[in-house]
Write a protein of this length. Sequence first.
Length: 400
Amino acid sequence: MKTVRLKNKLTPGKKRKILILGGDGYLGWPTAMHFSALGYEVAIADNLSKRLWEAEYDAQPLWQIPSIRRRGQLWKKISGKDIKIYIGDIANNHRFVYEMFREFQPDSIIHYAEQPSAPFSMHSREKAVFTQHNNIIGNLNVLFAMQKYCPDAHLVKLGTMGEYGTPNITIEEGWLEVKHGGRKDRMLYPKRAGSFYHLTKVHDSNNIEFAVRIWKLRATDLNQGVVYGIDTPETLLDTELMTSFHYDEVFGTVLNRFIAQAVVGFPLTVYGKGGQKRGFLNIKDTIQCVELAIKNPALPGDFRVFNQFTELFTVNDLAQKVCQASKKLGLNVKIHAIDNPRIEQEDHFYKAKNSALLSLGLKPNFLTEATLIVMLQKVIAMKDHINKSVIKPSIRWKIR
């Protein structure tokens, strides 16, 4: 283990406080270390339920993730900086949320703490209801806690590009100028979500916009594309600080699934025609975007929406990229189209704007062959730990 001392990069004066909800997760933990390294006072909250869901579906990350307290202790040993840890449920215990906000008094809140999987939400009535309750009520509790204890704080909420669906018009950044009947207005962009999970993000956006408008809160909704990548500068400091890598059908993204399939010799399973186009970004850019939002906060009464992605790819594009990178490592990879378990358009118009974060200074890390080779090499090193039985899709959008 290499011990380093990370310099405080904040300007002199009061140390700013950041509360990260969902701090045990794939994005939450690297984000916590990043802001701690910059010199912010960081607290994280989590109910650790993701670890239970993983066990339920036999969908544990490819490498073991230490407990959140172990990671916090190791981070302090390496960096000399504390990350405060709150363990509790923001959806089912509003008193926990209130007490946490009253005690910590955050200047900024980064909200990742939601059930993150579309397939999970489409598994059954029970999972759909759970996802809606967990995500929507948790977000409402956060808004009420902000209004009561820190109304001047800035909420940075992780949304999803999946809120928009695949409209046959250009996707604006959250808002749309509408002309109708000789009059015009500025309204939230119409949404056509593709799962009960994505619908929770739509409800969150509407609830946040309402709270901002009525209570004069400040909030930024980051409609994020599909995130890929394993490493950030902080996760590379020690193997126990690494973030998770999911490749299963429930929590694994399409790119992670393709990489795992390439490593174990499975054909890359493209759903349907493979023309589904989505926005993508590197995990480093997710953290960069959040930092830009924190350093350039919304004004009171301002609900901003940023489309958070750097590139657009179809599923077929990704499959071809994985094939080409795999060949460089001596892997013979084939592509196989299968019946689509989802109800979605497989060939469609898709044009989305993403200029807001670029104008704030986002410097993208694009999906290069070198990036894919690094990801493949890390998964090859863990090849014997890949559970082949969880890769093939079994959850279908037509719930029985």
